[in-house]
Write a protein that binds this ligand. Structure first.
Ligand SMILES: CC(C)(COP(=O)(O)OP(=O)(O)OC[C@H]1O[C@@H](n2cnc3c(N)ncnc32)[C@H](O)[C@@H]1OP(=O)(O)O)[C@@H](O)C(=O)NCCC(=O)NCCS
Length: 166
């Protein structure tokens, strides 16, 4: 297999992003892990989230970028990064958010997530960020290892509780 190529989002990439998102997040993420939610809606939520990020970048949303990972031209993962103007002002340091990261499950554990995060960290440095935050789930060991490998350290955990009312 050829090496992974990390590049900036190109119009048209959203098609594969929207395929990957429900498959990647449908297993691990907050809605994906809650099997009391309708599966089709959960998948639609992640698909639309990916499409929304891509639309924002296409429209030139300031302080935002998407990087993709491609193998022989085939998109296998993406990462979404953005600057957080509100927190930059509040805390007096340029604040970046690593917004979303997904790798096609068929291509997990091959260093693609690591390569995408490395590219994202370069982007944050290029933007002059002094602080970068990423939020993930306590059960998401793959994500935690990927982020820790890039220098992040856990600083806070929270719980989400819910109930269905009849
Ligand atoms: C998190 C994710 C992006 C990692 O992508 P990946 O390409 O498989 O990761 P890599 O191969 O680069 O591995 C990065 C690290 O994670 C570890 N890892 C990968 N998959 C793992 C798994 N299933 N269980 C435990 N560790 C795992 C690797 O061992 C490596 O750590 P190491 O360097 O300490 O050995 C991928 O699992 C994914 O898309 N998950 C679903 C979406 C998601 O949870 N996104 C993050 C939400 S914030």
């Amino acid at each position: 297999m050829s090496d992974v190529i990390i590049s900036e989002y190109q119009p048209g990439d959203e098609e594969r992003m929207a395929e990957i998102a429900p498959r990647a997040f449908g297993v691990w993420a907050r809605y994906g892990i809650d099997y009391s939610l309708p599966r089709d809606k959960v998948e639609q939520e992640y698909r639309e989230e990916a499409l929304h990020y891509a639309a924002q970048v296409r429209e030139g949303h300031p302080g935002m970028a998407i990087f993709t990972a491609k193998l022989e031209g085939f998109l296998v993962g993406y990462i979404v990064v953005r600057l957080d103007e509100y927190r930059t002002q509040r805390f007096g340091m340029k604040w970046g958010n690593l917004q979303s990261l997904a790798v096609d499950p068929d291509y997990h554990h091959r260093g693609i997530g690591k390569a995408l995060v490395a590219r994202a960290m370069q982007w944050f440095r290029d933007q002059g960020c002094e602080y970068v935050e990423v939020i993930t789930d306590q059960n998401n060991i793959a994500a935690i290892r990927t982020y820790e490998g890039a220098g992040f350290r856990t600083i806070y955990c929270s719980l989400t509780l819910s109930q269905h009312l009849s």
